[in-house]
Design a protein around this ligand. Structure first.
Ligand SMILES: C[S@@+](CC[C@H](N)C(=O)[O-])C[C@H]1O[C@@H](n2cnc3c(N)ncnc32)[C@H](O)[C@@H]1O
Length: 296
């Protein structure tokens, strides 16, 4: 989802014109199906499909370490990486020689396998296959948890949100921090049908990716900000594979995160920062914000 909403703001005018090219009325909605794998089955290409720019991960890791210093008196060493994918953040931390111990959880066996392969000889980066909505781990309590790449808003239901926060809370020490990276979410034009948003070609791992993104209709009473559909045709030398992901995105603002934290009984929100900056006010936030919750 990375840069999904950032791109919304940059391309709002082109969206307005593209949005008029509605999917033909009456055409059946395309569904995610076992016949159409997820982009997350291809760990080496999904970042490009999400418009991620180089250097972002290391900037995020630097900012996280600054947050931990700011909010914790004791050193932060044991870190839980939630929806870790192949844990690029975990690899940077585990490999920096400062005694970090990182545990990543993700539901995708492919991502976890890629994470283990890339971790190589790093014994201080471990993975578990878990759903983020509700989980337990055979691990000592952590000093901090992170949820990066603007994925937190995929937890859509209130019950899922609360059980997620309770699961994270139980995994953390009292006083531990939970840092959550969330896109700035501007109002989206409502669509009444599945609507193409944009098309582009990108390149990753020496392969061409034909990417088409769509918006889906949502009910007025839905807690969703949007339903994002990502279609990616990966042009392998021996044939193309088309992936499809439907990503529901819950409307998530600093005030709603604060409320969810309180409702969980496990956390208090202690900070919200714009664009990895300690000085930029939320009013000036352009791309994303980081919510900081403290385990009570
Ligand atoms: C955009 S990727 C981000 C991965 C990683 N944090 C990063 O920055 O590269 C999102 C990850 O969330 C995982 N994910 C999505 N929903 C999940 C769920 N309900 N339970 C566990 N993992 C989930 C996906 O498998 C995917 O690896």
């Amino acid at each position: 989802m990375r840069r999904h909403y950032h791109a919304v703001r940059r391309e709002i005018s082109s969206l307005n014109s593209i949005a008029r090219r509605h999917w033909p009325a009456g055409a059946p909605l395309v569904r995610s199906s076992p016949m159409e794998p997820s982009i997350y089955e291809y760990p080496d290409v999904f970042r490009r499909a999400h418009l991620e720019s180089p250097g972002e991960i290391s900037a995020e890791v630097v900012f996280l370490q600054q947050l931990w210093k700011r909010y914790r008196k004791r050193p932060t060493r044991r870190v839980l990486d939630i929806a870790c994918g192949d844990s690029p953040h975990g690899r940077l931390l585990a490999g920096n020689g400062n005694g970090f111990e990182i545990v990543g959880i993700d539901r995708s066996p492919t991502m976890i396998a890629a994470g283990r392969r890339k971790a190589g000889a790093l014994a201080n980066l471990r993975f578990y296959r878990r759903s983020i909505e509700k989980f337990t781990l055979p691990e000592r309590p952590f000093d901090a948890a992170i949820f990066m790449s603007e994925t937190f808003p995929v937890i859509v239901e209130n019950a899922g949100l609360l059980s997620h926060l309770k699961s994270v809370g139980r995994a953390l020490k009292r006083g531990g921090l939970y840092c959550i990276d969330i896109d700035r979410q501007d109002p989206m034009p409502r669509v009444s049908q599945r609507t193409i948003w944009r098309e582009r070609t990108a390149y990753a791992a020496g392969l061409a990716l034909d990417i088409r993104e769509f918006h889906r209709p949502i009910a007025w009473h839905s807690p969703l900000h949007s339903i994002y559909e990502l279609e990616c045709t990966i042009r392998f030398p021996n044939g193309a594979v088309t992936t499809r992901d439907l990503i529901p995105v819950r409307y998530t603002l600093p005030a709603t995160l604060e409320l969810a934290a309180l409702a969980s009984g496990m956390f208090k929100m202690v900070g919200a920062y714009s664009d990895l900056s300690f000085s930029k006010p939320l009013d000036k936030c352009r791309y994303r914000w980081t919510g900081v919750l403290r385990r009570v």
